[in-house]
Design a protein around this ligand. Sequence first.
Ligand code: ACM
Length: 691
Amino acid sequence: MVLRKTVFRAVLLLTLLMNSALEIFAFQANERLSLVPVPQDVNLGQGTFSLKKDFAISLSGNPDKRLLDASTRFLRRLSNRTGLFLKEGYVTNENFKKRGVLSIEVSRPGKVELYEDESYTLKVSNSGIKIKAKTDLGAMHAMETLLQLIESAKNGYVVPVINITDAPRFPWRGLMIDAARHFQPIEVLKRNIDGMAAVKLNVLHLHLTDDQGFRVESRTYPQLQEKGSDGQYYTQRELKYIVQYAADRGIRVVPEFDVPGHATSWLAAFPQLGSVPGKKHYDMERNAGIMDPTLDPTNEKTYEVLSSVFKEMADVFPDEYFHIGGDENEGRHWDANPKIEAFKKKNGFKNNHELQNYFNKRILKFLEANGKKMIGWDEILQPGLPKSAVIQSWRGIDALVSSAQKGYQTFLSNGFYIDLLHPAIDHYKTDPLPDTVNLTDKQKELILGGEATMWAELVVPETIDSRIWPRTAVIAERLWSPASVKDEKDMYRRMEIISLQLEEHGLLHIVSRDQILRKLAQGKDTKALKVLNDISGPLQGYTRNPGGTMYQSYSPFLLWADAAVADSKIARDFEEAVTLFLNDGKPEAGEFIKVQLVKWSKNHQELKKLIDSSPMLHEIEGLSEQLKELSELGIDAINLIEGGMTPDLNWLNNAESTLKKARKQGGRTELMNVDTVEKIVRSLVKVNTGN
Ligand code: ACM
């Protein structure tokens, strides 16, 4: 009864409120600017500079010639962002002689290497724009900032009058892409490099080999890619192209060849390098997880193959840093091999860590011979490891701190595991150098920054962008902006805006969701499907793929969970409205909540028809019903609150069981609004007990 009346009222309000409810209680802080990452110092002035079709660029100083192409790309994006048919189409050496409204002055060519100067200043007055930077890398960052400043005004597009002085907090701001578990073609890398440049990231770490694939052409040992890749690998030519493409955008490329564990794909080509005596055959791994096949560190042939491959790769990847993995070697095959056990005894190695340390030190020597510094995951941090090694901390921030205390350069990935599909705020709160950390200034300098890690067990080229973006933009902010920039609400506001801008680079993070839903609907209207998908989050952590064996690398990955994303905007808006309603009694928030609950409660009726006609959707029937029941509970609870009524015990018991049921996963996703509805219900209990 109560329910029906509210449904009626809320439906009436639907049209009125759908677009405006949130705006009524929108966050009113400085919403003018939407920069990601937030610059070091921003002074917003009065007035604007108007963008017109005579927009032209004048160059001065001594930049790398890369700046010419970067400026041309800038013009193209400006033109597409504003619809202006710019007169200037290409930036060439002629632009050193021209006068233009945008002047770019650069002192010297930048080197795409660690610690290069990336600072810039950007000054916009109502008559012109001036970018000044030590290196063209800084100037390219300034152009990204400028593109983010464009606003629409009554008579066209403008940039606000502003003075920005900017430089990164950390010199190592990376994204790791795992191309081993699922191969990611060149186009995926290109569009993601463009996305990285847009948010001022500067290191692309390519995880190129693992149990599930050896994804690089070796000319010395072509059997590596022939036996270890199903034909899906990068040629050296392609990789050189990618390295150049990235360098043109100020981005370094660091390759990873994960050894001695995670090495099944090497053993597919070289079973004799494995640690199981006499084993003649290994297949590429198709499941996920920590596998036993491990290179034999007591076999000289292992070092022969590794040193040749690494020498080849040192040529392909000019960066000074080279990643050897080193993670998750549980050493089971070592323990089971009497020859390896005897080797340990003879050399006085008390455990497998010491044996692996021996292996690492040998590798480090030949990397050094090729002018490279070795990086490894934090397992490589063992006594006696030379101080030239760099530690990538993934198991906890402790490894980062102790690496710095021991004098190693180090950077953080723990807390930046975007593959685990936690909401952006979790990553945003992760700081490589929190106030609480006890390090000297010299030790703090050893903390280079951090890297988002896109492990690819559960992603394919069609979906990888929606796992990387937009969350990686807020990680980029954490690594670039001052530590004091941490307003959660403003971060989410800006994340939504940068997300749309990132589509400029051909990133599929938004469209791939709709593509999947269209496929699932088989030509029918996807509206109801989208309503449910928008409030469904993929299972977090490692729970989506229990035991690493629910999915194989050849399983389908364009299903319900693959359309769902880690951050549900509607779940956030709903929670905000509920907080405003419960804490401040805002009636407009109450109306918004009801409109939304009604929409959700009625969705099942519509969706059920689609589910019945599409076998791929059967897995979400329960989830859809759960959303209906949960929403009806929410409507009832709001009604009781507004009516000043008290729920009886029976009602409360039913509420408990509805909430419990609502938490069940469906299609490897879960509803993202259960906690918020529970908050409404709990508030009734408080009222009920007179608190
Ligand atoms: C890792 O996630 N195994 C480095």
